[in-house]
Every structure is written in C-alpha cells, then in structure tokens.
Ligand binder design. Sequence first.
Ligand code: BGC
Length: 446
Amino acid sequence: MLGKEFCWGVSTAAYQVEGGVNEDGRGLSVWDVFAARPGAVKNGDTGATTCDHYRRFPEDIGLMRGLGLGGYRFSVAWPRVQPSGSGPVNAAGLGFYDRLVDGLLEAGIVPLPTLFHWDLPQVLEEAGGWMARETAFRFADYAGVVADCLGDRVPAWVTLNEPFIHMVFGYALGVHAPGRTLMLDAMPTAHHQLLGHGLAAQVLQEHGGQVMIANNLTPVRAASDSDADAAAASAYDALHNRMFLDPLLCGRYPDLTAFGVPPGLGGSVRDGDLEVIAGAPLDGLGVNYYNPTRIAAPTAPGLPFAEAAIEGVPHTAFGWPVVPDGLRELLVALKRDYGHALPPVTVTENGCSTVDVPGEDGAVDDAFRIRYLADHIDALAAAVAEGVDVRGYYTWSLLDNFEWAEGFSQRFGLVHVDFETLRRTPKASYLWYRDLIAAHRARHGR
Ligand code: BGC
C-alpha cells in the first residue's frame, strides 16, 4: 500500500503550456526558432499561445486544487529568466514563477520546478548549444538565479528533463529543436547536460534544496534469446538508460564501444567531471515511464541495434505499446542494479495520448486513459510491495498541450483544452484521478 506521505501530482513543461512567448521580455528559445521552420512541426503548430498557462495559471491552479493534488511539476523557461542565456536577469519573467509558486502554496500544492525542459535560449544554441561545454556552466549560473528567487519556497528541484530524449531527438535526429542531425556525434550533449546537472546540483543544494533529475527510462527486452539480440539489447540499454544513470549513481560511463564511441565520449569528458556529476548526490531520481522497448540485432550496417514492434498489447493514439507491468519491472530492476546507490524514486511522468472527442455537452469520456493510469499505478504499488522506495506519481499531463513535433495532434491531458477558445473541460480521467487521491487521503486520515 502506498504510504501516507505519497505525493500525487501532475506534470507540465513551459514551452508546452505557457504561450506568452513575447510577454514581459522573454527571449527566444530554440523551440520558437525550430517550430517556425516549415515542416518541422505537424500542421505548422507552435507554442506561441498553446494553453496560455502564462496568463491563465490561476484557473489552472484551481483545476489542480480540484484534484486535491499534493504536487505540481512544471518547468521554468530559461529564456524568460535570462533572455540571452547568461548575464542580465529578467525580473518580470522570474516574477511569473514567483506568483505561480505562491499560488500553488496557497492551494496546498508543493511546487516541483524543472529547470530545463528543452527550451534553451537561442543565443546559447548559436554558441554551440549543448555541444558546447560552456553551456553546462551557464546552466549552473541560471539555476542559482532561480534558486535565489524561489529557493525559500521550493523544497526540491528537477534539474533536467530527459537528457537522453533531448540528445537523440534534438541533436542526433533533428526531429526536435534545435533540429541538428549529428547522429552519434551528438554524444557530447549527454555529457554536457550531465555536467550541467552536477554543477547546478551543487548550487541548489547550497541553497538548501533537494535535487532530482527526470530521466526517460525504459525496460529493454531482447526480441529473442539469440546472442545477437541479447547483445543488441544490452547496447541499447547502455545508450538509453545506463548512459544517464551510471555516471550519476556510480561515477562512470557504461561501455559504449558498440557504438564506436571511445572511452571519454569523444574527448568531452575531462578530469574531475565525473566527480562533479556524481559528487552532489541525488536526493531523488525522477523516472519518466511510457513503455518498454524491444530490441533485435541490426539488419543493416549503422547502429548496433534495431527496434522491434511490441505486439499483442493495446497501443496509445501515438502508437506506443501499453505495458503497465514494464513500470514495475523497471523500478524493481533499478533497485536490483543500483542497490544502495539508488535514491528514493518519484515517477515524474506517466500518461498516454488518446483521441478525445468531446460529446455535445463538452464531456470527454477517456476510458482508455483511466485504464492506462489505473494499471500503471497498480504496477507502481506492486514495485513498492517488492521493496522499491517510490515517493510520488506525477501524471503527464494536467492539460492537453503542445506535443513537440506532433503539435496539438496528440492529447495527453486530464483536462481537455479547446485550442480555439482555450476553454478547459475536465475529462472523465480528471474525475477519476480526483477520486483516487481523495480515497488515498481518506485511508490515511489526511
Ligand atoms: C516529455 C514530455 C512529452 C511526453 C509525451 C516526455 O518525453 O518529457 O514533454 O510531452 O513525453 O511525449
């Protein structure tokens, strides 16, 4: 059973919900530039307005209060705080987060800010983005600026969101901002993000905050029991999971020679870096879980793995396989593999996109999402029963929002958003989550 202090939350990210891209002196982010490129985002959608959370946040806090939430994970837009990525601080932009944090606390909701959810200031991208080592140091400076302002009210921070996805989609394949197609040459972005995490973690801990990072993790299954498939699965696991956990929890990178990457990630790792990355120990590990991955040996030269379909299970509107037990498997494996080095875990994202069509009364009966969430929460509870220390669950997402390269075509929210009128309508899953939280509180007399 989940304990009394277990935190129920929801997650969002700045560029996906805020809009207001020209308000109060915000600088350009890589996503503004990328989304303006013809063909980069489905239907030419952009985050210029999206849910208008920047102005409608009091209404959104009302929705959160209605859920009875314990926590709200949102991200801080670096270009609002430092429009050029370094130097002068934009007090008006920072003021937004100040009001947001106060509003949350007033509603009894603990703020959990993420400092980087992919919206790098464009000026820094022009200086090399995460390919440049300097960006790690700029990130730590920015973390200090935010902590100076909010640190008196924010108990815990998430430094980075999903450095793996950012490296692969943003820098290797170019399907996300900044749209670079470096393939395996993108590896230094992993190291520079992790170095930025380590440097920022020191600063945040000096401010008395707890530090987490949110990694996208996936249990990797070999497509067969052949040696070739097992080797491919192990290579993929090293790239997706261990490259972003081993340095943090064990102070070393996994073996990436299957990718032709020499030790030291192509020269980007300098003496002392791993001590910085592992040196400010994580107070918590954020796990973003969506689905497992099935991997086979490659059939063509290039990468040392090939992704294989997972069949015989439902799929979300995005086409992602629904395997709730993968969450239990993942959490139990983390404990098995990292032992005492594993800090308490929080599921910082989990959710699904569905085709939600409001009925005539505006109601959305998203039974698929309810089943998805219920089964994943059961899987989480099963992992807790097996001894994994899991402190919270944040569903992705509060609102339908700008789903990156998919624009507004994939809806992940508990609350339906009409992107013409910006009207919010709680879906059936919202009411279900509200009741689940209330029942948990009642069981624990809270
Ligand atoms: C990201 C979110 C995204 C969600 C669904 C995660 O990888 O952190 O920003 O919307 O997945 O794709």
